[in-house]
Write a protein that binds this ligand. Structure first.
Ligand SMILES: Nc1nc2c(c(=O)[nH]1)N[C@@H](CN(C=O)c1ccc(C(=O)N[C@@H](CCC(=O)O)C(=O)O)cc1)CN2
Length: 282
């Protein structure tokens, strides 16, 4: 029987664990603080930022939302980050992506103190992760690793294929699976013989942004399939990169969309804010 990896349910379990962790921190005089910077009024980003705020409140994290109009200058944005870098009440800083085109996202992300870079996008944190010494790591792949762990998936020695090489998902995912002793392959738009690679994968992570890119007949029987896709169909319904119905008949475990990887992203952001705050007590 195929097991559905339920990100929504796992997120609730982890919320309860985090509420306890925050309670213990507060007894030691530490209130975790998260600053979320949003530029412009992208509709999806507004929803994610609101959800980050609500989850922070639920867990007991002090969250500070800072919203700028889309035409803010890069200099003003960097000055705000400077302030937050020096603010002792703030443990984690994140800038919601995407940013407007006139702002250099790379410069902005590199301006966040690596010790407060709760998204794990700063090159220092990227380097630490690839050195198997990651202290703060990107939330989506961290969420996937947590799902694999909580569903008792054995990673060591397995063939893991990641389709997609983004800095937010594909690359850090590869580092995390490698650190967990998987044999890792990253495939992308220029990859030859993708079908052969997919058919050999024990753990398949799909993050390409193309609706139903992978179908059941492509997958190795018994594979674990993780769908990172978030696409909208003509009816504005959310669809994954994997055709769930056909893949479910072949995989041993699979994540749905929605309700799989997505809910774990904000959960792991919360966990990392707590992790950073707990270093204050050491
Ligand atoms: N600074 C960052 N910007 C962005 C990140 C990020 O990790 N850091 N990731 C995404 C957006 N994102 C969080 O910011 C995010 C995306 C999706 C979900 C989620 O819960 N998805 C649900 C479906 C939601 C829906 O119906 O639209 C699911 O898949 O079940 C949470 C957070 C880009 N920007």
């Amino acid at each position: 029987m195929t097991e559905i990896i339920d990100g929504k349910e796992l997120a609730k379990t982890l919320d309860n664990e985090m509420i306890r962790q925050v309670g213990q921190l507060k007894q030691r005089g530490v209130v975790p603080g998260l600053a979320v910077i949003m530029v412009g009024n992208d509709a999806a980003s507004q929803i994610y930022v609101r959800n980050k705020h609500r989850r922070s409140q639920k867990i007991g994290i002090q969250s500070r939302d800072i919203t700028f109009p889309w035409d803010i200058s890069e200099t003003e944005l960097l000055a705000q980050i400077d302030d937050l870098n020096h603010d002792p009440d703030i443990d984690g800083i994140l800038v919601q992506l995407p940013l407007p085109k006139h702002i250099h996202a790379k410069a902005v992300l590199e301006h966040i103190s690596p010790e407060k870079d709760v998204d794990g996008f700063h090159p220092i944190n990227v380097g630490r992760l690839w050195n198997n010494d990651g202290k703060i790591v990107p939330s989506t792949p961290y969420g996937i690793m947590t799902m694999l762990d909580r569903y008792h998936v054995q990673i060591a020695g397995k063939n893991a294929l990641i389709i997609g090489r983004s800095t937010i998902v594909g690359r850090p995912m590869a580092a995390m699976l490698l650190n967990a002793n998987a044999t890792v392959t990253i495939a992308h738009s220029q990859t030859d013989n993708l079908k052969t690679l997919v058919h050999a994968a024990d753990i398949l992570i799909v993050a390409v942004g193309i609706s139903h890119f992978i179908r059941g007949e492509d997958i190795k029987p018994g594979a674990i399939v993780i769908d990172v896709g978030m696409n909208r169909d003509s009816n504005n319904h959310l669809t994954g990169d994997v055709d769930f119905d056909s893949a479910k008949t072949v995989a041993s475990m699979i994540t749905p969309v929605p309700g799989g990887v997505g809910p774990m992203t904000i959960t792991m952001l919360m966990q990392q804010t707590i992790n950073i705050a707990s270093r204050r007590t050491k």
